[in-house]
Each structure stands twice: as C-alpha cells, then as structure tokens.
Design a protein around this ligand. Structure first.
Ligand code: 6PG
Length: 241
C-alpha cells in the first residue's frame, strides 16, 4: 500500500489527474483501451474538472471506457446522482463515447443485475474482470463505494454488482462488490478533509474489525494507493507515511 499526502485539495486533485492520464496512456498502449471506474461523492469533482480542462487533448478519450463504483437509487437528473455529477464536471466536456452508467432510476436489484450483465458483456474475454483503474473515496464511517459498515454487500463473494440496503440512510444503493474491486489492476483512494482523519487513522493504522471500516477490505494486488490532503492525514503517524 502506498500513501501520498498533498498540501492542499487542489494539489491532490492535480496529482490524481496526472495519475489518471498516466494509467490511461499505459492501458491504451498495452491493451488498446482504458477501463476506469469513477468515484462518486464530492471529493473527485476537482480532479474531474482538471481532466476536462487540462487533459482534453492529452488522453485518447475514444479508448476510455467509463464505469461507476456505485450509484444512488435516483433518476440520472437527480442532484444526488453520481452520474449527473460526473457528467457535469467531466463526461459532458470530453469526447468519451463509452460511458456505462448504473441505472439508479430502476428498482435496485434490477439495476444491479443489469449492470452486472453489462460488465460480463464488457469483460467477456477475461475470466477475472480487471478494471485498469478504480477510483474510490471514503466516508467518515469508513465506507467506500456503497459498501457501508455492517451491510450485506460486505459478505458477497459471488456477484460483481449488488443492491445494498443501507438502513442508516434509509435507502438501497447499487455498488460494485469487494471481489471485483480487489481484482482491479489499480485502486486509488482520494481522501480530503479533517472529517475523514479519524476513519483514515483506523483504516491505515488501526486494528478495528475491517467490517466496521469497509475500506480496509479493499486489497487489490500490490495494495491500494492512498492520495490524501494534509487535513485528512492530520491524525496519521508520520512513520506510516
Ligand atoms: C458515494 C460514493 C461514496 C463517497 C464517500 C465520500 O456515492 O457517495 O461513492 O463512497 O466516495 O461517501 O464522499 P465525499 O467525497 O462526498 O466525502
């Protein structure tokens, strides 16, 4: 696992955009396409804006295949839609034709099955579905994607996408499962803000039950890469940095 700390959220976003572009170039060179999973929430917005403004001509967007790690049970026009957020700050501004959104407007089980079918069609030539890059965030409770503490999706090993009831939010989310995330060639966590510092301390240095901090369960080959801003890293022991 690698942990990098950046002075400000802007420096974090710049570095994350560079990382995205480098991995896109490598994947397109080696495999002819870049299959990437976008994170939802608010943290990645600045990175997406930088990709749209500074990397328009520096990435072969026609070879980029965009997927989502999770989605809320809402229509794509709804303000809570991760697809809406990503479209407004990135996808509407770059010539990317291959966008695979989760259909949050459908009943969650139906949406999850449909998306798993779409992934099985996309990865049909590969026995293990290996995204080139998966971007993730974390919540102050240690959740990632829509893998929340104590929820049923944490136990799922035979599906790639599930509908996950999250009682504390009184909703059901659609989310990639842990096995498909851990099969990725690269996983990057983008984390900013003091409100995440305690959970980060537990995830990176603590010994709490991983099911209480689901981001701990994300262990792709070689480990995930953590890109943090100073505030989020404020409680970390400098020796683990
Ligand atoms: C979502 C995300 C979720 C997000 C964290 C952090 O749909 O909400 O996939 O896992 O990454 O909740 O959200 P913020 O970046 O808004 O703090």
């Amino acid at each position: 696992m690698s942990v990098r700390v950046y002075e400000t959220p802007e420096e974090l976003a710049e570095a994350a955009a560079r990382e995205f572009a480098a991995r896109a170039e490598e994947a397109i060179e080696e495999r002819g396409r870049f299959a990437v999973v976008l994170a939802g929430g608010s943290t990645p917005e600045t990175m997406y804006e930088i990709l749209a403004s500074d990397y328009l001509g520096r990435i072969d967007w026609s070879r980029v295949y965009v997927f989502f790690g999770d989605e809320r049970n809402v229509h794509p026009d709804h303000e809570d839609s991760n697809h809406k957020m990503a479209s407004e700050v990135l996808l509407d501004h770059v010539p990317v034709g291959n966008v695979h959104r989760m259909r949050g407007e459908l009943p969650p089980d139906e949406a999850a099955e449909a998306y798993e079918e779409e992934l099985r069609t996309f990865f049909r030539t590969e026995d293990v579905p290996r995204f080139d890059l998966i971007l993730l965030g974390i919540g102050a409770d240690g959740h990632t994607a829509s893998l929340f503490p104590g929820t049923p999706a944490l136990e799922v090993n035979d599906r790639w996408v599930v509908a996950n009831p999250v009682l504390k939010l009184d909703t059901t989310r659609i989310t990639l499962t842990i096995p498909i995330i851990n099969a990725a060639r690269a996983v990057i966590f983008l984390v900013e803000g003091e409100d995440k510092a305690e959970a980060l301390g537990e995830i990176l240095e603590g010994d709490a039950d991983p099911y209480a901090y689901p981001a701990k369960l994300i262990q792709p080959p070689g480990g995930p890469k953590w890109m943090l801003d100073q505030s989020a890293a404020s409680l970390l022991d400098e020796h683990s940095l």
